[in-house]
Design a protein around this ligand. Structure first.
Ligand code: ZN
Length: 709
């Protein structure tokens, strides 16, 4: 009778063990759970209870081994069976190709012939290096890297990582290397808890993973959802190893087959160029991974070549860590200065000790407004933490107050405009009632004029080549330009005497100005930087004005008698006449023009100063080009809305937008159900996904050219 019960218990234990193991693999390695977490926990609990009752049937690699035990007094040391190396770093293409060239030379010398190399490139996880030893297929030891020769025995903690198999399907003897990591979400959760218990927060997922693995109390590691990626396998000399491997890729395949979790983001690259492309393709998306990513690991694929290449004193020659440039660094605030913008807003800017970050040298960072300065408590002389992610503008994210020496100066916003001296006004921002900004209310303020002129001559306005910000300041300081129209008055003789100008450069600028005199209506409107009227609103306003009776008939062949003389140019003063007769209600009725923009347009065209300018423009030869119905190609995209995402192969974003507008289409920033087409290039963002969800037509550059070209 008793024998019958124990036999049943043994069978149950064995069945449970196999089932728990199978479910664990699906859930934690394949990310394809069959059942809920609770069910899994419940089955494992039953197994634990049975094993406690019948300890004779418990196996050393039972899944219940993952359940944490009491704290250890200290870690013991383990001598690694395979020396643990770390890879050399490369930071740019030049360093990467130098690495390859050196290897090619070594191989040619040793083999007596030229070879070409292919690679395995793996996204580099910012985790903690771990070394696992399996004997006869059973995990016998898990260790940290330590100094490469000896590490710490963290087996108990390693066993709490659910994606690491305690027993393998084959009775192999091997050392496996990899990375254990914490997801961003888990880090957030842990830090939230630590904050509640007033414990110091982990700075990043790597530190949290290291802190968890190097915990004497395995219950702590067990409470954190650590995960793993394994990437390296070495046979133990004299042991059983399933097959002779020829490539690094083969190693990854083998690890997968043995039920290890392998980084899914790896790629076989036929040459180094492909590895570079892989790096470029995911580096802009680095923050979208669930784990920290700090670069790309590139390894020579052929194990024969790996062998031939061997090691330097400190690292293997066959692999390199191609790292992202640092995105966070520290530097000194040397000064805080005020910048006066086009709208008159006073923006405090930190002048920094120049520091390289994310691939460029940064010497200044905007502090946005007075409240931001107060919130950060940043003072002149402070050491600050500077962050720049990808193409994002660098920003100061914190001050290291412990480094203050007492000589730091608190910054006070000026009571008057540093450029013109007019008293500043405090205005609350529309979007955020709590944040206020200071403004210079002087419409004639040099700084505002300067910014307006820069915008006017810039790409989105008259697009005058060679009339950049430095030249504009120089011309203003020499009294050559004050109003927009003054630009069209410039003569070669005015410029030649100035510093930085010579005969040729003066001639070039004058001819660039001359060439810009014919301008499309939407660019003309946009050039003035009318408040609340951005690039897209300017397009809408232009299309609306073109439909007004006077303008739409001005090019009508009948009114001019001959088809040949069909005009699509008008004088600025003609435009003013039409625009002035548009009422506020009419502006508001234009689809896409908001209340504020409508008011702003009304005020702009009603302003006598602007009318005088329009008059001057007219006399100085500025002509406005209208978009005529007849000028539109097929009209198939007329009043259709386009959204762009990703990089197009041939057209720049501005060129593509221009093409859509020229064919009568409109452009929107975000995807909504009102979007007609999403134009997708390489590395598209989340807009593409949204377009798919909403079932919006997705087209490429070729299709765009067909529709609008
Ligand atoms: Zn001012």
């Amino acid at each position: 009778m008793a024998a019958g019960i124990t036999k049943k218990a043994r069978e149950r234990i064995n069945k449970l063990r196999e089932e728990v193991e199978r479910l664990r693999y699906r859930y934690h390695v394949l990310n394809d759970p069959e059942i809920t977490d609770e069910t899994y926990t419940s089955l494992r609990h039953e197994l634990l209870k049975l094993e406690e009752k019948y300890p004779q049937y418990k196996l050393p690699h039972s899944p219940t081994e993952r359940i944490a035990e009491k704290p250890l007094p200290k870690f013991s040391k383990v001598v690694h069976l395979v020396k643990q190396w770390s890879l050399d770093d490369a930071f740019d293409w030049e360093e990467l190709s130098n690495w390859e060239n050196k290897n090619l030379r070594i191989l040619q010398k040793s083999l007596g012939r030229k070879v070409s190399l292919d690679y395995i490139a793996e996204i580099k996880i910012d985790g903690l290096h771990i070394v696992l030893t399996y004997k006869k297929g059973i995990l016998t030891n898990g260790a940290s890297r330590g100094d490469g020769m000896t590490g710490e025995d963290v087996t108990k903690n390693i066993k709490t990582i659910e994606s690491i198999p305690l027993v393998l399907k084959e009775k192999v003897d091997m050392v496996v290397e990899g990375e254990c990591w914490l997801s961003r979400k888990e880090l957030e959760r842990i830090n939230k808890e630590r904050k509640k218990s007033r414990l110091p927060l982990f700075a990043n997922a790597r530190n949290a993973a290291a802190g968890s693995i190097r915990q004497l109390d395995p219950r702590i590691a067990a409470g954190r959802k650590l995960d793993s990626f394994l990437y390296q396998a070495h046979p133990i000399p004299g042991g059983h190893f399933p097959l002779r491997l020829a490539t690094q890729e083969g190693k990854l395949e083998l690890l997968k087959k043995l039920t290890f979790k392998v980084n899914p983001f790896y790629k076989h690259c036929k040459n180094l160029k492909e590895a570079e492309e892989f790096y470029q393709s995911f580096s802009p998306k680095r923050d979208s991974f669930q784990f920290g990513v700090d670069g790309l690991v590139v390894k020579v694929n052929s194990l024969e070549y790996q062998d031939k290449l061997g090691f330097t004193g400190k690292s293997p020659r066959w692999g390199v860590a191609y790292k992202f440039p640092a995105e966070t660094t520290t530097t000194l605030v040397e000064d805080i200065k005020i910048q006066v913008g086009r709208t008159g807003a006073l923006t405090p800017v930190a002048i920094l000790k120049p520091v390289p970050i994310a691939g460029s040298v940064v010497g200044r960072a905007s502090l946005h407004n007075e409240d931001e300065v107060k919130k950060l408590d940043v003072r002149i002389g402070d050491t600050v933490v500077l962050r720049k992610a990808g193409d994002v503008i660098p920003e100061i994210v914190g001050v290291i107050k412990n480094l203050r020496g007492g000589g730091e100066k608190i910054y006070k916003m000026p009571k008057s405009c540093p450029v013109c001296g007019r008293r500043t006004q405090r205005r609350y921002l529309k979007k955020n009632k709590a944040a206020a900004a200071l403004y210079c209310s002087n419409k004639k303020c040099f700084a505002q004029k300067r910014e307006k002129l820069i915008h006017f001559a810039g790409k989105k306005g008259f697009n005058i080549n060679g009339l950049g910000d430095k030249i504009i300041v120089q011309l203003m300081e020499n009294g050559l330009i004050r109003d927009f129209s003054d630009i069209f008055r410039l003569r070669k003789g005015d410029l030649v005497p100035l510093a930085r100008f010579a005969e040729l450069s003066a001639k070039n600028l004058v001819s660039a100005i001359s060439g810009s005199r014919n301008i499309r209506l939407e660019k003309f409107i946009n050039a003035f930087g009318i408040r609340y009227v951005g690039e897209e609103t300017a397009v809408l306003a232009a299309r609306f004005l073109e439909k007004q009776p006077v303008l739409s008939s001005s090019g009508d062949p009948e009114s001019h008698g001959s088809k040949k003389t069909q005009k699509s140019n008008i004088l600025p003063i003609q435009l003013a006449g039409v625009a002035q007769s548009v009422s506020l209600e009419q502006w508001q009725e234009v689809k896409g023009i908001g209340e504020k923009a409508a008011g702003s347009l009304l005020a702009f065209f009603g302003d006598q100063n602007n009318l005088r300018e329009f008059n001057k423009f007219t006399k100085l030869g500025v002509r406005i080009i209208l978009l005529r119905e007849g000028n539109q190609t097929a009209g198939s995209i007329k009043s259709k809305t386009f959204v762009f995402t990703g990089t197009l192969p041939n057209l720049s974003r501005d060129e593509a937008k221009e093409m859509v507008r020229a064919a009568g289409g409109a452009i929107a920033g975000g995807v909504s159900k009102n979007t007609d087409y999403v134009v997708a290039g390489t590395d598209p963002g989340s807009k593409l996904e949204k377009a798919r969800q909403l079932g919006i037509k997705i087209i490429d550059e070729k299709e765009l050219k067909r529709l609008a070209g």
